[in-house]
Design a protein around this ligand. Structure first.
Ligand code: THU
Length: 137
């Protein structure tokens, strides 16, 4: 799927807006993420920390929850930003979340330009691995 310049701009705008809603009193590191779904809708998420530091939620967790709460589907494009609006790479755990809710060709902005999920999570473990392992027994 080709993402237009206007769609990238809308994603950046949505990610920056939701970033301001982040609850990050401990790290003081606000994150916003926006995803363009295959049906055209935009879903967003922000990080939500906790006094029990280790259980804080990344912005991507919120977005994935919003995907399912608003009807499901697959991500076509993703933009994740820091508090300055700069492109931020999702952490390893969140790349796995994006993989499950996107496709190998889902596009994502990175500090090195637009990449695919396959490029930022090579040799990913995914749903297909479960099926193949089960059938191999
Ligand atoms: N964070 C995210 O929300 N997404 C990422 O992919 C990287 C890290 C958050 C978690 C924590 O609230 C803050 O950034 C600092 O690590």
């Amino acid at each position: 799927m080709t993402i237009s310049e206007q769609q990238w701009q809308e994603l950046a705008q949505a990610a920056n807006k939701i970033m301001t809603m982040a609850y990050a009193p401990y790290s003081k590191f606000k994150v916003g993420v926006a995803g363009l779904m295959d049906d055209g809708r935009i879903v967003v998420g922000c990080n939500v920390e906790n006094a029990s530091y280790g259980i804080g939620l990344c912005a991507e967790c919120g977005m994935v929850s919003a995907i399912h709460a608003s009807g499901g589907g697959k991500l076509s494009a993703v933009t994740c930003v820091d508090q300055h609006g700069n492109s931020l790479m999702p952490c390893g755990r969140c790349r796995q979340l994006l993989w499950e809710n996107g496709s190998p060709t889902t596009q994502i902005t990175t500090p090195e330009g637009i990449k695919t999920l396959q490029e930022i999570l090579p040799q990913a473990f995914g749903p297909d691995d479960l099926v193949e392992r089960r059938e191999a027994r």
